[in-house]
Design a protein around this ligand. Structure first.
Ligand code: ADP
Length: 540
């Protein structure tokens, strides 16, 4: 017997319609690439999204066509999210920090019909255009007055919007239809497309807004530093209208000073980004003796958040850190670190230690860890193994079947190695490919990196395994020092004593001027492993 409840399909257009109707005067504020600040409301955003949907129709965009973007976080990008998905097309956000050849591959693989771009990316677009013959139009996200001279034909975003009426009824769509597309940065092999649906997006927006997740509400002012091309800015452009939160988009200026100024000017209460971004902001605050006036909490994920960063936010600045973990394949949210009642009775030291974990699973995601033979390991917080996930916002296969069936007995293998406990707290010990295998035992590169960055002279650190005749692999610590700071190899190695098991202490230290990062801000360990392939450890 079926239940007798309405079968209303979950749809992305319903988010912006809801925000317009019930939070119509709530603001969306954007720092513009052209200079200055743009300010309007959810009602304006909804109206212009409908105009843009009409413009897409006039351009011949069909259901399921891919509409690409090479853009920062801003109001026009937000409108494309809703106009494209709302009319039944697919918003394909492209990471502009990838190599042009990689971007051309992605555009071609996705069959993008149109590409929108912020003016910053004009040189990139001029390079891409000859490589992407399938693209019918390149749309500059600006007004006529700021249209640049270019060596290819361009369309003007504002002209497209203004040429059309807002008389557009969002079509009723099957909730399982595709709504957006994002490629994993793929440190090995070709990038693979993750194709989200209306249903997965709405369920993820619900789940991520919960009090024990991002705790979003109509009283929040949300500034996503995480780019809209990095897993849909972790879903914030959807969860903010779902709650009626004010949105603040930082555009291209992601340095500490620009961010702090915007946080203060707009009364930002909640933000989200990868650890490298926060490093710049914290340094700026400390150097200038500045404070946060309104910021209550920030989500940090994408790579392990160094404990020193969590402590600095919380103890120095009174800002709660929500250490979170997820993947492009998971829309992205899987776990968020929030306490249960019993933890509130613990000592601060115990709570601090707990916060270093990647967090507690949110409803909608199921986790398990398995050993090399696929046998499930206990949820005891000690056993560690390959982490597998499943749930309605987790990818079941890649776009166009790329890479074959990724699932193992219906579970998605994350490539992470982790522990799991009874409360659902998960701690990543490593990416499976980054684990250092020393004499048959595993050493966590993340633990060693976290220890290294706790040293006052260390700005950033990476640990990789280097070949060793006796132990197979031993850890090498690669360090970028803070400007003006000094520390020797011996002092650093001594710093590890008593902080990690003796046999975990790196065998050597290399100092570098900068560390390589992926397009989503993670340490690029494949490059480091290449660069240091012939490094001779003094212990070898
Ligand atoms: P990519 O495109 O590089 O795969 P993702 O954002 O999808 O980008 O990367 C997901 C991976 O990032 C996870 O599998 C995990 O290894 C790592 N990661 C994400 N958040 C964290 C975190 N809080 N701590 C440690 N690693 C993390």
């Amino acid at each position: 017997m079926y239940g007798l409840m309405m079968n209303s399909p979950l749809s992305i257009a319903s988010l912006i319609r809801h925000a317009d109707r019930y939070h119509g005067d709530t603001e969306i504020v954007s720092r513009l690439v052209e200079g200055g600040i743009h300010r309007y409301t959810y009602t304006d955003a909804h109206r212009r999204s409908r105009q843009l949907a009409n413009a897409f129709r006039a351009l011949g965009v069909q259901t399921a066509d891919r509409i690409g973007t090479l853009a920062w976080n801003g109001f026009r990008h937000f409108e494309i999210y809703f106009a494209a998905a709302g009319m039944g097309a697919i918003c394909h956000t492209i990471n502009p920090r990838l190599f042009p050849e990689q971007i051309a591959y992605i555009i071609d693989h996705a069959d993008d019909r149109f590409i929108h771009f912020d003016l910053t990316f004009l040189p990139l677009v001029e390079q891409l255009a000859p490589l992407c013959p399938g693209v019918r139009g390149w749309i500059a996200m600006t007004d006529r007055a700021h249209m640049p001279a270019a060596n290819i034909d361009l369309l003007c975003f504002e002209e497209l919007v203004n040429a059309h009426s807002d008389d557009f009824d969002w079509p009723a769509l099957d909730e399982n239809l595709a709504s957006s597309l994002c490629y994993t940065s793929g440190t090995t092999g070709n990038p693979k497309g993750v194709l989200y649906s209306h249903r997965s997006t709405i369920l993820h927006a619900y789940g991520s807004a919960l009090p024990d997740a991002l705790n979003l509400s109509a009283r929040d002012v949300v500034l996503p530093v995480v780019p809209m091309f990095h897993v849909n800015a972790w879903g914030l452009p959807y969860s903010a209208p779902l709650c009626g939160a004010k949105l603040v988009f930082p555009g291209a200026q992601l340095d500490g000073a620009s961010l702090h100024e915007l946080f203060e000017a707009e009364g930002v209460t909640c933000s989200a980004g990868v650890p490298t971004i926060w490093l710049g902001l914290l340094n700026h605050l400390k150097a200038g003796g500045l404070r946060f006036g309104s910021l209550k909490r920030t989500v940090i994920g994408g790579s392990a958040c160094p404990p020193a960063m969590i402590r600095s936010f919380e103890d120095d600045f009174g800002v709660q850190v929500l250490h979170a973990w997820g993947m492009t394949e998971m829309s992205p949210l899987g776990t968020v670190n929030t306490f249960k009642n019993r933890h509130l009775a613990q000592t601060k030291a115990e709570r601090d230690a707990l916060q270093n974990k990647q967090g507690r699973v949110i409803y909608g995601v199921d986790l398990k860890i398995v050993d090399d033979d696929g046998r499930e390991l206990p949820r005891d917080g000690k056993a560690y193994g390959d982490l597998l996930v499943r749930g309605p916002w987790i990818c079941s296969e890649y776009f166009k079947g790329e890479g074959g069936n990724p699932l193992v007995d219906g579970w998605f293998p994350t490539g992470d190695v982790a522990t799991l406990d009874q409360d659902g707290f998960m701690q990543i010990t490593d990416r499976s490919k980054d684990v250092i295998k020393s004499g048959g035992e595993w050493i966590s590169s993340i633990d060693l990196e976290n220890t290294a960055v706790a040293h006052p002279a260390v700005a950033e650190a990476a640990v990789i395994g280097v070949a060793h005749p006796k132990w197979d692999e031993r850890p090498l610590l690669i360090v970028m020092k803070k400007p003006g700071a000094d520390v020797t190899r011996e002092e650093l190695l001594q710093f590890f004593e008593g902080r990690v098991a003796k046999w975990w202490i790196p065998d050597d230290v290399a100092f570098v001027d900068s560390l390589p990062h992926t397009a989503t801000g993670k340490l690029l360990k494949t490059r480091l492993r290449e660069d240091f392939r012939n490094h001779r450890l003094p212990t070898a």
